[in-house]
Design a protein around this ligand. Sequence first.
Ligand code: AMP
Ligand code: MG
Length: 476
Amino acid sequence: MAWLKHTYAAQLPASLYSEQVPEPVGNPAMVLYNEALAEDMGVAGHFEDEQKALGYLSGNETVPGSQPIAQAYAGHQFGHFTRLGDGRAILLGEVKTNRGLYDLQLKGSGQTPYSRRGDGRATFYSMLREYLISEAIHALHIPTTRSLAVVKTTDPVYREQLHEGGILTRVAASHIRVGTFEYARFLGEAGDLETLLEYTIERHYPALMDRPNPALALLEIVMQKQKELIVNWLRVGFIHGVMNTDNVAISGETIDYGPCAFMNAYHPRTVFSSIDTQGRYAFANQPNIAYWNLSVFANALLPLIDEDEAAASAKAEEVLDQFPEGFTKAYFEMMGNKLGIVNQVEEDRDLVNSGLKLLAEWRVDYTNFFTELRRGGDLINKLREEVAFENWYSKWEKARLRGTSLAESEALMAQTNPVAIPRNHLVEAVLQSAVSGDMQPFHKLLEELASPYDDALPQQTVPAGFDAGYQTFCGT
Ligand code: AMP
Ligand code: MG
């Protein structure tokens, strides 16, 4: 029995995908293989034979009986509507797990009908980066696509200069994006949108099937998932970097690790992406952009919400209007948890805001601040010499002990605040070693980031001035 399923191609219209086998590569070598994830998905047995595993995960061999495809999608990139699609990714098929179907996709596996001028390839460096950061995000307890393997090839990839090529096996609850709905609505054929809606609900949110207005119900739940996701990003200082609607997964997973980065010194306008010159995707602008992306999703769904255009818009707006307040509530609850406030009240919002203002003013390290607030340290001692901070600190001490014990407050902080995150300088250092042939530092960092809430981990320090010149890039 074929172990890969193909429900996407079987149930969806041909306009939404193209059959496409991966392009073979030269001298593939398995550099990373995520045994634990393979076990968890129940596919380890299919990759036990190393030669077969290398064949499948390099794209040099097709899983017998499988029917690989590239998915079509559109998207608003930096606000502009564009026809896109998997230009360098191929869906091998889906795996049935006890949590539902999961996609197995090769990224960097050659050109597809959607590649346009792209070479369909990825650098070894950028696929290692995605592996490291996506696995770290998972360990931080944030929904995300996962990484099953990285294969290196000697086929050259040109990105201003010559690089080694890499192929990442990405695992996702699905690769259905807001942009997939935009494609079905605006570039597909009559009926495509409805079929996509039915497929998506059946796959991700079967409980919505019997709702009187499934399209509206899907908008509501996707909004809820985006809210939770962005709150989580803000909790750990993650900046996605390119929140275009094609990079918004309907499943609520973090997807597309291009120019993402982690914030060190707290500042709401922190940006690392080289192309985000306006700060559209800056750290604290992420909720606004999520809201904008959701309005694009709502717009794509309109004909399914109500046949009458005005009625459809009114219903969609009623749902969307709940986002700002819902987000704010969830955000302050999360920030209250970071501060260890077990019994939160409305005025804690002022405490959060005034604290963040001080952090921004003094460019205090976001992660280390919350760690030291709980367990003490030089950073906190130094801050407490400042009158403004000491005033804040005594208010905080009262708030966290409101109707609870110190132990409970500390426990809440320990589970909300990571000790270790993928610091930009650490990520760059281990990637540099990796491309020079030494994977040891990469493995060490990967292991540390696998238990980011562990108090035994050393506190991370950022080399002075590192962030000032740090830039990240799309589609590298
Ligand atoms: P991303 O910025 O990774 O979300 O990519 C945006 C679009 O460009 C998607 O349609 C990608 O499939 C496509 N793309 C990115 N890199 C390449 C490449 N090297 N070759 C072909 N298409 C690409
Ligand atoms: Mg993308």
